[in-house]
Write a protein that binds this ligand. Structure first.
Ligand code: GTP
Length: 241
């Protein structure tokens, strides 16, 4: 396996659901430990890593919104859920030893974690600390994918990775359509035009307009993150301008 990183700074977006593992709710300690080891495998070769995590394993707003809950309240609950996940990741990352992590929240919750301060986040990264960005963008109506795109651009990451349960972007849902093919590479405009559902449009357009490369890959494959970050090709789908 290559020891040479192809990227100096990356941002990895994890869905909240990914943290559940086999459970149907909450946080699996096995999954957070696995993710911490995956992150360590790239931190060890000098890559600066920022994380953005969703909150769907703890709170999903859609059901309650359908039942009449105010959307803004639901989104705020979702943001708090991401803070819980970020703390779990911080703990898992520091517990395996050798790494430090800092959680920065887009909403003020100082007793629990730091506020998002871009320059401070970048200093943490330069010092080799993993920074976990919590609470999305701090605003309702924005997804954590949009938050990830925004933070990746802000911290001048060279690559954004979206960890999913499938090994890339397909022409159709591979579970429903056996003729679905995986794209090795696709442009943002093509993915947007074909409505491939990679990320929401806001997140995609932000990445496109700021030239942020995106790699969508299967997070459950041990070693995949290290292979991508050391420049191995053929893994996941790459989305380019
Ligand atoms: P340096 O400036 O490089 O020394 O970084 P540092 O993060 O180690 O120093 P700092 O003194 O800022 O933080 C020490 C510890 O306090 C770290 O674990 C931070 O995550 C934590 N911390 C810093 N600011 C806050 C905050 O506003 N709220 C909470 N809850 N923790 C904070």
């Amino acid at each position: 396996m290559s020891q040479q990183p192809a990227y100096k700074r990356i941002l990895l977006k994890l869905s909240g659901e990914a943290l559940m593992g086999e459970q149907d709710f909450g946080i699996s300690p096995e999954v957070t430990a696995f993710l911490a080891r995956e992150v360590q495998s790239v931190v060890d070769i000098g890559v600066q890593v920022a994380l953005v995590v969703g909150g769907g394993n703890i709170f999903r707003g859609e059901g309650l919104a359908r039942a009449g809950m105010d959307r803004v309240t639901g989104d705020q609950m979702g943001m708090l859920a991401t803070v819980i996940n970020a703390l779990a990741l911080q703990d898992a990352i520091e517990r395996i030893g050798g790494m430090q992590a800092r959680v920065q929240s887009a909403i003020r919750i100082n007793e629990v974690c730091e506020d998002f301060i871009r320059r401070k986040a970048m200093r943490h990264l330069e010092k080799g600390r993993v920074v976990v960005f919590a609470a999305g963008t701090g605003n309702p109506f924005f997804t954590t994918d949009s938050a990830a795109s925004l933070r990746a651009i802000e911290i001048e990451a060279e690559l954004m990775l979206k960890a999913t349960k499938v090994d890339g972007i397909y022409s159709a849902d591979p579970k429903k359509d056996p003729s679905a093919v995986r794209y090795q590479e696709i442009s943002y405009d093509e993915a947007l035009g074909k409505r491939l559902g990679v990320m929401d449009q806001t997140a995609m357009v932000l990445c496109r307009d700021h030239g942020m490369r995106l790699c969508v890959y299967d997070m459950s494959r041990e070693g995949a993150l290290r292979r991508i970050v050391t420049g191995e090709t053929g893994i996941g789908t790459w989305v380019n301008r």
